[in-house]
Design a protein. Structure first.
Length: 147
């Protein structure tokens, strides 16, 4: 298992708690496959909503996978009913605030995340909604396979 995070502080914290895991500072903008090789599974939790260049992120995830490998990507869920509920309840400004330092800069739907992954070359793209009832789900998890 190899872990990558752009935060030096995050890596230090993780190393202190899990000293047996191979952890390194880096980002999806680095040539990670050249540095660490390829894997049967890449797990990316809560990352894609923070990247400025999502196509480069998707290409990096794709490059890290062995042929037939699986990417598992989580991000907050945004669907019509959930967005409507937030608007009606007056929570839209709090949820989409621009004042959250280092916060979410991209908001993904099934359609947009599917398109991103397909453009990168992924196949068998599937989604699950998690947390709360499905129309108001907190997050979505995409799984996609490298041919």
């Amino acid at each position: 298992m190899t872990g990558i995070d752009p935060s030096d502080q995050g890596i230090q914290h993780a190393r202190a708690r899990y000293p047996d895991i191979n952890l390194h500072q880096g980002s999806a903008y680095d040539a990670l496959a050249d540095q660490y090789g390829c894997f049967p599974v890449v797990l990316s939790l809560g990352v894609v909503e923070h990247v400025y260049d999502p196509r480069r992120y998707a290409a990096t995830v794709f490059s890290l996978l062995e042929p037939g490998g699986t990417a598992i990507i989580s991000t907050p869920y945004h669907g019509y009913i959930k967005n409507l509920a937030m608007a009606i309840s007056g929570r839209m400004d709090a949820h989409f605030t621009a004042l959250w330092d280092h916060g979410h800069i991209k908001f993904w739907s099934y359609k947009t995340l599917s398109r991103l992954l397909a453009e990168a070359g992924f196949e068998d793209i599937r989604f699950e909604r998690v947390g709360r009832i499905p129309p108001l789900a907190k997050s979505m998890i995409a799984t996609a396979r490298k041919p």
